[in-house]
Write a protein that binds this ligand. Sequence first.
Ligand SMILES: *Cc1c(COP(=O)(O)O)cnc(C)c1O
Length: 399
Amino acid sequence: MRAPAPVRDLAARLARTDALPAYIYDLGALDAHAARIRAALPAGVAFFYAVKANPDPAVLRAVARHADGLEVSSGGELRHTAAAVPGRPLAFGGPGKTTAELAAAVRAGALLHVESPQELRLLAGVVRAAGGAADVLLRVNLDVPLPVGAGLLMGGRPAPFGMDRDCLTQCAALIPGSGLRLRGLHAHLASGLGVGAALRAAAGVLRFARPWCARHAVREPVITLGGGMGVDYRRPGATFGWEAYGRGLAALAGDGRALPGETLRIEPGRAVTAYCGWYATRVLDVRRSGDVTFAVVAGGTHHLRTPAAKGHSQPFSVIADEDWPHPWARPAAKDAPVTVTGQLCTPKDVLARDARVRRVRAGDLLAFGMAGAYAWNISHTRFLMHEEPGFYYLGEDLT
Ligand SMILES: *Cc1c(COP(=O)(O)O)cnc(C)c1O
């Protein structure tokens, strides 16, 4: 993939002051992308951003201009998000919530995604002690057959997330008189979904959730359809088809089975922020071992864990650096497949495998794209005690 000129320019400037490796965020592109997502969705569908994909404060501010709210998954994310984008609607989900986390979420006025009868009891205790109230969605585990490709399947099998139907029933029975308000159901069944699969998931959730909410007399129900919209790391130019997805959701919302006052909600993470981040670094060495050519870069998967976590090659762009001092011939690869590795003492530190390059030399720069989601914030940064990367935003004044 070819990095846009402003990313290449900033990477080259940072290289001159020895400020690489660094993350470069294109907040303008993110703003436009989030606006496109909002515009593609029907007016009645709420768009919450899953903060765990990338909680960078500037990223949150850009997304929050277009999102209806933010979905957080820990007490830390709750605190951080409330400070970065104050006053925005919050939903608090995730397994294993502690009493302290539940109390913080209630104080913040967040909607809670409840994962079990035990959690519901804890939450009721928190609400009773605080003398308040809280809105809850019950998270359901449903079996909807879905093709997930390189994604993950959470629903339709034993899982630490989401409840089987008997647990839902138990929860519904515990709610009256508890200070909790049952607002609807939540599902997040899979990640890595194309448009067709995401719509099939949505239809499957609605098929269960609408009659369930009607049976339990949930007024103006909120039905969360989940995130998991796919990002194809092999095709950096192709994004999730938000327009087609929006049309599909509009059809589901208007299929005649909608409940009165119903709100559908989605909570994507990866497909919102993946494209706005770049990880730029310098090639330290180009070496051959057997029939493989390795380009060894500064940094590695302890900064950008995405390719190790997903088992893919992270797409990148080579930025030639002619000024790099090299008293001897620079080791180089030309028109050859190159495996890009980092500075960790493990064969798993691979950023890209057998990537075709026209030319790469020691001293050249690489800018890895699609590094804006589940990238820096999922990385095992303390392994080997290397320096952390810098963080830069296109257009900011570096002086
Ligand atoms: C992680 C997560 C999301 C976001 O998933 P993406 O694949 O990043 O879109 C949404 N909802 C829940 C409950 C999650 O755990």
